[in-house]
Design a binder for this molecule. Structure first.
Ligand code: NAD
Length: 467
């Protein structure tokens, strides 16, 4: 047992646990005024900015990432989500008017934006800042009180939250729980007004089953095998550079990492040649000691990749080395992968790029459609009709044409999955809305009984029916 878990466990198993305190905080009404929400968001932004070094050191310790990668993939996006919520909370919270309708306008119809209540945010390890602070910014902007549960697989960053959140945020509004499966299981036994879960589909089923007992709504942000379809007429230099960047960043541990690449036989060798050229420019002295290449979060994950790579039977083009003790899996390209190979079973979540061959775009579409809907689909093509064909005949949470991974940061657009890759969205305004109840409100006027509403009262005569 890690020592920092002890206060948590005593809290959960003893009396007066954190959820009840957060419930009291919400019931007091103090989190509802916009000024209070902005103050908490400002404090959150200060927490991030004033402790930049602590966050960077922790993320490097958890994921072996260099400062620049930490900064543009996690730190800045997290700060961006908080700032966006701070700047827009008034606008987002304004009541909405429905479209004008002659029968309803006199009843002052209005959609009020109200906080759902006390919410639980469960996060994965791979982006230990933005995947906690983004949803938390949404929850605080919505006027909710929130309990955050960082991943035990990013323990250094989790410890930073445990230390800093009590210093910066009102304890009536936000608390942190550190822990793994047993602690999260306990949290899921409690009733919440909303859960936002980011992680694997396997665990999402456990979260959803627990939430169902309380009819708690859940936003699920999951992953999946994200395909890349490359048009044979595409500029392969550009495609190779971008796909390799997306695949090898964060050691492939991104929910929107390109998982596998679909090409036709005619471009396969040229595409691989381009990938090898890019590989040499990314890691001129090799990836092993490069500051620009990170590590797997856990030895288990590295060992899983070691087992999978052992089954590739001579198809590795470059890479393939693993050092489980150091959580190292080399950026790896594997060619001539068959659709039923082990590498094609589950989401890889690692810097390993299988290349599969199809005869044409129709087969590519059919192959993509034979799997769960992915969180991301990537199309590399400059041909509008090729792109349209793929877009019109597939489903996925998001799509990017001629690039990868960037959609998580796309401004004012929902980020989320469909089907097996998740339900709901979690960024910006959409994150705020995940924690907000849209409350329909109408005001009945007495005088309306003599006009439009008069026929509703019994007796239901023929005259009323014909009116
Ligand atoms: P995970 O599902 O193992 O863990 C996520 C969280 O669930 C952690 O906080 C963990 O403590 C908790 N958890 C694990 N097992 C549990 C159990 N049995 N009961 C209750 N809680 C449990 O996921 P991970 O390995 O940390 O992250 C990788 C996955 O997350 C990938 O599938 C990836 O695609 C997905 N992901 C999705 C997004 C997105 O925004 N859609 C973002 C990042 C990662």
């Amino acid at each position: 047992m890690q020592p920092h878990l002890l206060p948590l466990l005593s809290d959960l198993f003893g009396g007066g646990h954190l959820r009840d305190e957060l419930r009291r905080g919400f019931a007091s009404g103090k989190t509802k005024p916009i000024a209070y929400r902005k103050e908490q968001l400002a404090r959150l932004a200060y927490m991030v900015q004033e402790n930049r070094d602590a966050f960077h050191e922790a993320m490097t310790s958890d994921l072996g990432r260099g400062t620049l990668e930490n900064d543009f993939m996690d730190f800045q996006p997290a700060l961006g989500e908080i700032t966006d919520a701070y700047n827009n909370v008034e606008k987002w919270s304004k009541p909405q008017k429905p479209a004008f309708n002659i029968n309803w306008f006199a009843m002052n119809p209005e959609i009020r934006k109200e906080p759902k209540g006390t919410v639980l945010i469960i996060s994965p390890f791979n982006f230990p800042m933005v995947l906690i602070l983004g949803p938390l910014a949404g929850a605080l902007a919505a006027g909710c009180t929130a309990l955050i549960k960082p991943s035990e697989q990013a323990p250094a960053t989790a410890a930073v939250y445990a230390r800093l959140v009590p210093q910066y945020l009102d304890p009536d509004a936000c608390r942190v729980v550190l822990g793994a499966v047993p602690e999260t299981t306990k949290l899921l036994e409690l009733q919440w007004d909303q859960i936002l879960y980011t992680g694997s589909a396997r665990v999402a089923k456990i979260v959803l089953a627990a939430a169902a007992k309380h009819l708690t709504p859940v936003v699920t942000e999951l992953g999946g095998k994200n395909p890349v379809i490359v048009d044979p007429k595409m500029d392969l230099t550009l495609a190779a550079r971008r796909i390799a960047w997306g695949k090898f960043s964060n050691s492939g541990q991104i929910c929107v990492s390109p998982d596998y690449v679909i090409v036709t036989e005619e471009i396969k060798e040229k595409f691989i040649k381009e990938l090898l050229a890019v590989y040499a420019t990314f890691y001129p002295d090799g990836p092993r000691h490069s500051d620009s290449f990170s590590r797997m979060a856990t030895k288990n994950h590295a060992a899983r990749m070691q087992r999978l790579l052992a089954e590739t039977k001579g198809k590795i083009v470059i890479g393939g080395e693993t050092e489980v003790e150091e959580r190292y899996v080399a950026p790896t390209i594997v060619k001539d992968v068959e659709w039923d190979d082990a590498l094609m079973e589950d989401e890889l979540f690692a810097p390993v790029m299988p290349i599969v061959v199809v005869k044409d775009v129709d087969e590519a579409i059919a192959r993509v459609n034979s799997r769960e809907h992915a969180l991301a689909l990537y199309i590399f093509s400059n041909d509008a009709s090729y792109r349209k064909k793929v877009l019109d005949n597939t489903q996925s949470g998001t799509v990017v044409v001629n690039d990868v991974v960037i959609q998580y940061a796309a401004y004012d657009m929902p980020f989320g999955g469909v089907g097996g890759s998740g339900t709901g969205a979690s960024t910006g305004r959409y994150g705020y809305e995940a924690f907000t109840h849209f409350r329909t409100t109408v005001v009945g006027k007495g005088w309306l009984d003599s006009i439009i509403l008069k026929n509703r009262f019994p007796p239901y005569t023929d005259a009323k029916l014909k009116a």
